[in-house]
Design a protein. Structure first.
Lengths: 233, 233
DNA sequence: TTGAACTATAAGTATGTACATATTATTTTG
DNA sequence: CAAAATAATATGTACATACTTATAGTTCAA
């Protein structure tokens, strides 16, 4: 029992997890410091550090300098989910991908979009509505606004070959984005585009992407009924 | 230019990011290996490793032994989202939290739940339907099934004081869970419970939690209209 | 010509040491 | 006695080195 050694950070992590799960270390408890654990586990402190850091990343431990490491009181665990590129998602299911551009123009965006994209009133943006189909059936449609002032070359791009998303990903670097996930009720327009019934619940992803503080594009993806996003902890 | 040194893993990461964003390293490109970068950056290979590993974790780089490191072709970036504990989420908005138990019984689950929970046909499970309210207004309701064979003590627990979720989190260790996010259309039951209109689109989270390969609980959270989950990259 | 064995390579990991940094605890000082 | 200076401490990081592991690429054999 006392002679057991944990030489890899994964095995250290597993042992720490075991102690947490077995309630040997309870939520809120301080656990021994890295130096002590490294002695007990018969490994280097760096190995313990790696294991504990990984657990802190998942939200299971709280760590603070000088204070020490404690088991998180509320395991608000962080799930990581892959933001799908629609084409790959569809092709990954063995279905054939196709998309059609329903609208492609320049227009003054509604106020909600204007706020998201931080543009002045009256400024026209590129507006694209694209329907993505899986095996010919509507899968999701994207209502996208692009700020051409931030995206050189987009005016000249052929967005019928590649989708706007693919073109942007391939040509414009970006720093980050924010996402929101929600549900909406299909109105007349959504029902028509997605070939579903009015009043059906639809899964919606809103995404804004920025670079150097400027919003490149803002898009709302409205999925056909039945869509699910999956993730594991 | 050539004399610049990057001594911390954060600065190495920033420089790598800069090169990716500036298209010096394009999607699909192999980047120099760790040893070469450590020479160029004037730091240890471990420092480069730390930086690149972090970027690989976010999905921006693909790394494989022997093959090397390349800029991800499709930045299927991984968003991390915090799975909320409903009470804290509501209280975090400055609203008062309250919950009521609508159903509390033992019953044979429908086949979908049975499949998720890997139980035999005919086996009864604990079934709990709980409505969570924010400032007295319906916020979300949970339709939960618990396998009492896996959860000792649940029968005796007082689930009116703490919600089932809080009780489980506090008393039963768990290894992991899987989540799915989707939308549904409010039927008669949902409309009644959440005080919304029939036919409204509702945001839904399905979650299963397991330990030692056994499914502890499976819950569907159905949120009142307007709910959003947010995350950033 | 397929496939099995081998080899070289790049990432992955472990370790001892050293120093940095944040933060708590203690002591000194006004 | 409160505020400021100081010490103590646990995590955080860097580095040189050494060894491990997965695997792409090559060679060899059936």
């Amino acid at each position: 029992m006392s002679g057991e050694e944990f030489k890899t950070w994964q095995s250290v992590q597993a042992e720490v997890l075991r102690r947490i799960n077995s309630r040997q270390w309870k939520p809120g408890d301080f656990i021994p410091n890295e130096a002590e654990l490294s002695v007990e586990f018969g490994c280097a402190r760096a190995t313990v550090n790696r294991a504990l850091r990984a657990l802190a990343d998942t939200g299971l431990l709280d760590r603070r300098r000088k204070a020490g490491t404690r088991v998180a009181l509320n395991p608000v665990r962080k799930a990581t989910l892959d933001i799908p590129v629609i084409r790959y998602e569809i092709e990954g299911k063995g279905q054939t991908y196709r998309h059609t551009v329903l609208e492609h123009n320049r227009a003054v965006p509604p106020s909600g979009i204007r706020a998201r994209m931080q543009t002045e009133p009256g400024v026209k943006l590129l507006h694209l509505v694209t329907l993505h189909l899986a095996d010919g059936k509507p899968y999701v449609f994207g209502d996208r606004w692009i700020n051409p002032a931030v995206v050189p070359g987009i005016e000249a791009a052929d967005l019928s070959a590649k989708s706007a998303n693919e073109w942007l990903v391939a040509n414009i670097p970006f720093e980050g984005g924010d996402f929101s996930f929600s549900a909406m009720t299909a109105g007349h327009r959504e029902a028509e585009i997605l070939a579903c019934k009015e009043g059906e619940g639809l899964f919606v992803i809103d995404r804004s992407t920025w670079n150097k503080g400027l919003v490149i594009t803002s898009v709302r993806l409205t999925f056909a009924p039945g869509y699910q996003m999956h993730t594991k902890i």
